[in-house]
Design a protein around this ligand. Structure first.
Ligand code: 2BA
Length: 112
C-alpha cells in the first residue's frame, strides 16, 4: 500500500483523561498518532502530548476528532492567603483544555 505524503505535523497537548478517547477518534479518522506523557508548566499536572503526521487535506478531520474527544475541566490551584495567622489555602479555579494545538508545515518526511 502506498503511503500518503505527510504535509504537516500536528502537536496537541490534551488532558490525561482524554487520551483514550482522542486516540480512538483519531484512529477512526485514519490517522496515525504517537503520544507521550508530559507535564503542564503552570499547574504542574500531568497531561499528554500527541504528535500526528497529517496528509494534505486531513487537518480538519484531526481537529474535529480532538474537539469531539477532549473536554474542558476546572482544576483548582492552591494559593496561600496572605496576612492570616494560619497558613490557609484559597483554591483558585482554572479552566484547562480541551486541547492546545500547534500545526507545523513538514519540509521533508521519510520512512525507512
Ligand atoms: P499548564 O501550563 O499546567 O496550564 C494549565 C492551565 O492553566 C491552562 O490551560 C490555562 O487555563 C492556565 N494557565 C496556564 N498558564 C497560565 C498563566 N500564565 N496565567 C494564567 N493561567 C494560566 P490550557 O490553556 O488549556 O493549557 C493546558 C496545557 O497545555 C498547559 O498546562 C500546557 O502544558 C500546555 N500549553 C498551553 N499553552 C501552551 C503554549 N503556548 N505552549 C506550550 N504549551 C502550552
Amino acid at each position: 500500500m502506498e503511503k500518503a505524503e505527510i504535509a504537516s505535523l500536528l502537536a496537541a497537548i490534551i488532558q490525561e483523561q482524554d487520551v483514550e478517547a482522542a486516540m480512538r477518534a483519531l484512529n477512526a479518522a485514519g490517522l496515525n498518532v504517537f503520544h507521550w506523557s508530559t507535564t503542564g508548566g503552570f499547574l504542574g499536572r500531568r497531561n499528554a502530548t500527541l504528535l500526528i503526521g497529517l496528509p494534505a487535506g486531513k487537518e480538519s478531520d484531526a481537529l474535529t476528532a480532538l474537539q469531539k474527544s477532549c473536554r474542558q475541566r476546572i482544576e483548582y490551584m492552591s494559593t496561600p492567603l496572605e496576612g492570616g495567622l494560619l497558613a490557609l489555602q484559597a483554591p483558585l479555579p482554572v479552566t484547562v483544555g480541551g486541547a492546545t494545538v500547534f500545526v507545523l508545515p513538514v519540509e521533508h518526511y521519510e520512512e525507512f
